[in-house]
Design a protein around this ligand. Structure first.
Ligand SMILES: Cc1ncc(COP(=O)(O)O)c(C=O)c1O
Ligand SMILES: Nc1c(O)cccc1C(=O)C[C@H](N)C(=O)O
Length: 397
């Protein structure tokens, strides 16, 4: 059984802050500071260009990928890390479309994160072959899977509501109709148990700055199912995905397996930070994380509904259908969130009216949940959100 008291001591959270936004940016794991300092001083400073070999910088994307693979039910050698999630979405979708070149529909849902949809739109234009992006409501996805669809592209956990798609059921339905699947695990990796191999997912991507605590701008990951890895077409054919980058061949030959999804030079310092951030997962069982996070979310929902009845639950009530976040709606959601942040309770706001709170037992416990609801009640009962400063929108919300 995981001891979450121990894992909490591994994160740097400022005094007086209740941090409920790890679903957007995870907090700083303490070991990261030392590791980055070592990478800078000993590796970059001491080894200079030799570090690509002697410090293992060149093989980091696959090594860190293997550590993430373990958390998402993927076999070793099937995940590689680098670039941003938007780029990885593009690559996975392009490779998936190439596998189903006789069809033209990309099916997604209105709960998907905008960048995934934007990248699909851009790819459609670049391909210029008449693909269409078909969007349906999340609950209509299953019924919309048919033999016209080339690729089903979904984010497993809805960034706004936390609603959780059943990956195994939707992937099986997709495969029965000859549809290739692309799963975005941005809000799932490190939040709940994911079983890519068990679900027989074709492609998956995700970011590492949320529940994996890799830091702002931490590189993304991509998974390619082993049976596709030797034939998947990497749309972004950069030299690091080449079979032999240092042969400096004038034409591209894809590298072995998932390595072909690498593009350019790996972000060595960010990868070192991420590698150190992943250490905490060596001590925890994902099933324990899930059990504890569901309990924290349930507790939060119960307390908010009892004490702040003017807020309307926007997340599924059933913990099995929810990720690791809880959202409530209120027309003054933005100002309410600013008032909370001002009082040390950090969640976030998503337009038009969603107050979003992420819970992870790695550093959040029952006391923080109760403390956050106390502050929320004070803000609501006292109308403390109704100040001009709380209505002014910041650049990043
Ligand atoms: C589902 C999803 N996809 C993509 C992104 C962002 O991608 P990127 O890391 O390229 O900014 C996010 C959050 O920022 C997200 O929640
Ligand atoms: N990636 C982000 C960023 O660069 C700035 C601000 C927020 C983010 C986020 O991660 C947003 C997040 N994906 C969301 O679910 O809203």
């Amino acid at each position: 059984m995981t001891d979450f008291q121990k894992t909490r001591a591994r994160f740097r959270i400022p005094d007086g802050v209740i941090y409920l936004d790890g679903n957007s940016l995870g907090p700083l794991p303490i070991g990261v500071e030392e590791r980055v300092a070592r990478t800078l001083a000993q590796e970059w400073g001491g080894q200079l260009i030799r570090g690509w070999n002697s410090a293992g910088w060149m093989v980091q994307p696959g090594k860190v990928g293997d550590r993430i693979a373990r958390l998402i039910g993927a076999p070793s050698g099937s995940v590689v890390v680098g670039d941003t999630l938007s780029i990885k979405v593009y690559q996975a979708l392009a490779a998936a479309l190439a596998m189903r070149s006789d069809r033209r529909v990309i099916l997604s849902d209105s709960g998907n994160f905008p960048t995934d949809l934007y990248m699909a739109e851009g790819l459609i234009e670049t391909l210029g072959r008449g693909h269409v992006l078909k969007m349906v409501a999340p609950e209509e996805v299953e019924g919309a899977i048919g033999e016209d669809v080339a690729v089903l592209m979904l984010t497993q956990v809805d960034y706004r509501t936390g609603r959780l798609h059943d990956m195994a059921v939707l992937t099986a339905k997709a495969h029965a109709a000859g549809v290739v699947t692309v799963w975005d695990l941005a809000h799932s990796a490190g939040a709940l148990p994911v079983d890519l191999a068990g679900a027989e997912a074709d492609f998956a991507v995700g970011c590492t700055y949320k529940y994996l605590n890799g830091g702002p701008g931490a590189p993304a990951f991509i998974y390619v199912a082993p049976q596709h890895a030797a034939t998947a077409r990497p749309a972004l054919s950069g030299w690091m995905g080449h079979e032999a980058p240092f042969a400096f061949d004038p034409s591209y030959r894809p590298g072995a397996g998932v390595e072909r999804m690498r593009v350019g030079t790996p972000p060595v310092i960010a990868l070192a930070a991420l590698d150190a951030a992943l250490d905490v997962w060596d001590e925890v069982e994902m099933a324990d994380v899930r059990r504890a996070s569901t309990a924290l979310c349930d507790l939060f929902i119960g307390l908010v509904e009892a004490q702040c009845p003017m807020l309307e639950l926007a997340s599924p009530r059933d913990g099995n259908r929810r990720g690791s976040q809880v959202s409530f709606r209120h027309p003054q959601g933005y100002a309410i969130m600013q008032a909370l942040i001002d009082r040390g309770v950090i969640g976030d706001f998503r337009a038009p009216d969603v107050l979003r709170f992420g819970f992870t037992p790695l550093y959040i416990g029952e006391a923080e949940v109760r403390g956050a609801v106390d502050v929320l009640k004070q803000v609501m009962d006292g109308g403390l959100w109704d100040r001009p400063a709380y209505h002014r929108k910041a650049m990043v919300t």
